[in-house]
Ligand binder design. Structure first.
Ligand code: DO4
Ligand code: MG
Length: 275
């Protein structure tokens, strides 16, 4: 089942039909004591809604904080070591890749998150900007993973590479995070063979495309969640981006007008244009 947040309220989609959800408060809905069962009962009892196709799909977020894990793929470890070489920061990334404690950082408040079709931003004071396509967990306020979505952790590599202490500026700014198009609701984990794909289109040409699979994710999502909730409560639940395994070549930087498409098959495709 796929859960959508739209301008007309939330819908659940199953087998090609969409159903209106009576609970319209997103924070209440995603923290339902049995979200999968509740949505399943709406599908079983409900009449498909006719107006879903005209509804504007929004980012699937209410009041949740967005957090992110870093250096969870070997490709990210190498990219981080390369970009911070002259600042002497490379060793940190190597160490965190194999340490027991993961790198977790605060990524976005809801107003910095954009939904499908909306514009993501690159910083005006950055010269090397990239998208990071990441499987993103939706976790309820009882620390249970209730679903999965697609996330784009927009990043300024020159700022992050200049000094690791600049990470919050490289990562957190208006339009720095995209989520959507829906939440895949499933109690089971996503299979390791699941591909994550990204392509970047510039002036009608594919400027970059890359692919990885979840098998290359070094950390178990539930272990990331355990660290996130260790000493923090999330009364409305939280999103946790699980890190990137796709990094464009070092010569690549995003430009205004670039179209970024990220696909994780069971969740669909998230498309955004750079403002
Ligand atoms: O340590 C910097 C952040 C890395 C990151 O965002 C990622 O690996 O996805
Ligand atoms: Mg990232």
């Amino acid at each position: 089942m796929k859960l959508y947040r739209t301008g007309n309220g939330p819908y659940v989609e199953h087998d090609g039909s969409a159903y209106r959800i009576p609970e319209t408060y997103w924070d209440v809905l995603i923290n339902h004591e049995n979200l999968e069962g509740y949505l399943g009962s709406i599908v079983a009892d409900g009449k498909p809604a006719a107006n879903f196709s005209s509804a504007k799909i929004e980012a699937p977020i209410g009041s949740q904080e967005v957090w992110a894990a870093g250096v969870t793929y070997y490709r990210s470890r190498s990219a981080r070591m390369e970009e911070s070489k002259s600042a002497g920061g490379g060793d940190f990334y190597d160490r965190v890749y194999s340490a027991e404690r993961p790198e977790l950082f605060f990524k976005a408040t809801p107003h910095r998150v954009v939904g499908p079709g909306a514009q993501v931003r690159i910083r005006r004071d950055a010269s090397w900007s990239v998208p990071e396509p990441e499987l993103t967990l939706l976790i309820n306020n009882r620390s249970q993973i209730v679903g999965y979505t697609i996330g784009n952790d927009m990043s300024s590599r020159d700022i992050e590479g200049e000094n690791p202490l600049y990470l919050p500026q490289a990562k957190v700014y208006d339009g720095s995070c995209a989520l959507g198009p829906c939440i895949l609701i499933t109690s089971g984990p996503i299979p390791p063979s699941t591909p994550i794909q990204m392509e970047i289109e510039r002036q009608s040409r594919i400027e970059f495309s890359g692919e990885t699979t979840l098998a290359s994710l070094k950390r178990d999502p539930s272990a990331l969640v355990e660290y996130l909730f260790r000493e923090s409560t999330f009364p409305n639940g939280a999103f946790l981006m699980t890190g990137t395994g796709i990094v464009p070549p070092d010569a690549f930087t995003l430009a205004s007008g670039d179209r970024i498409r990220i696909s994780i098959a069971p969740c669909g495709m998230l498309e955004n244009v750079v403002a």
